[in-house]
Ligand binder design. Structure first.
Ligand code: PL3
Ligand code: FE2
Ligand code: FE2
Length: 241
């Protein structure tokens, strides 16, 4: 009787925690992973090409930006290995469509020479998205992917930091553009998160936790750039209205 009671208690505790490990070999896991893994691979590939474009927009920092871009290629290879390790084939067509609106906005801004928008999209929005997703994933990943993702997330802070420092140094002249770019692109991040939240749930990644981690990275970076609380609140609200 005693043993039964304590067993029940253990089960209850496990159910309450969202951090129990999923069955990495189940068909449901592999199916969800085929899309999430593809999204991450495509995201790293996009990030690589965005940093090369940024190197053209900010030639005085070209060496640094190319170096940051090369890290993204390494990340991409790491996540390809994670998929292979679980015998999952990433659904790349899904991921291409997933990123298409954000991708087009980046390319339009690049063609218009709009450095502020490009930095907001890549260094603040995409990197905050990656940092939040990777932090949550590390808690529920298989041991191989966990080790890879722990290495990757450290680099993502360097990428966020680059954009932060540039925007901080130029804040007076770019604030209006920054607000406008945010209004157009933050809602895309929110709908991208909505689009993968069911698959993320299968990986035991909680949607609210993802949003919370995103908001922490995003708001911290806006604060670091030098925006005040009211400006940050106004920017964050773009995600919900
Ligand atoms: C920039 O360095 C990388 C950009 C990647 C963006 C990925 C966003 C991923 C959102 C999907 C949520 C699940 C994540 C699972 C992690 C393997
Ligand atoms: Fe990356
Ligand atoms: Fe990055």
């Amino acid at each position: 009787m005693q043993a039964l009671a304590s067993n029940n208690l253990t089960i209850e505790k496990e159910e309450l925690s969202s951090h129990t490990l999923p069955d990495f070999t189940s068909e449901a896991y592999k199916d969800a992973y085929s899309r999430i893994n593809a999204v991450v691979i495509e995201g790293e590939q996009e990030a690589y090409s965005n940093f090369l474009d940024l190197a053209k927009l900010i030639p005085e920092h070209a060496d640094e930006l190319v170096r940051l871009g090369k890290m993204e290629k390494k990340h991409m290879n790491g996540f390809c290995a994670c998929g292979r390790n679980l015998a999952v084939k990433p659904d790349m067509p899904f991921a291409k469509t997933f990123f298409s609106k954000l991708h087009n906005n980046f390319i339009d801004a690049f063609n218009a020479g709009n450095t502020t928008t490009c930095l907001l999209i890549q260094c603040i929005l995409i990197e905050s998205f990656a940092i939040s997703a990777y932090h949550v994933y590390i808690r529920v990943a298989d041991p191989f992917a966990k080790r890879i993702t722990e290495g990757v997330v450290q680099d993502e802070y360097l990428h966020l930091n680059y954009g932060q420092e540039w925007l901080k140094a130029n804040l007076d002249s770019v604030k209006k553009d920054l607000m406008k770019a945010n209004k157009e692109n933050l809602p895309l991040i929110k709908s991208m998160l909505d689009e993968v939240s069911n698959d993320a749930e299968v990986l035991h990644m909680d949607k609210e936790e993802l949003m919370e981690e995103f908001m922490i990275a995003y708001q911290d970076s806006l604060l670091e750039i030098g925006l005040d609380n009211r400006e940050i609140a106004r920017m964050a609200l773009a995600a919900v209205i």
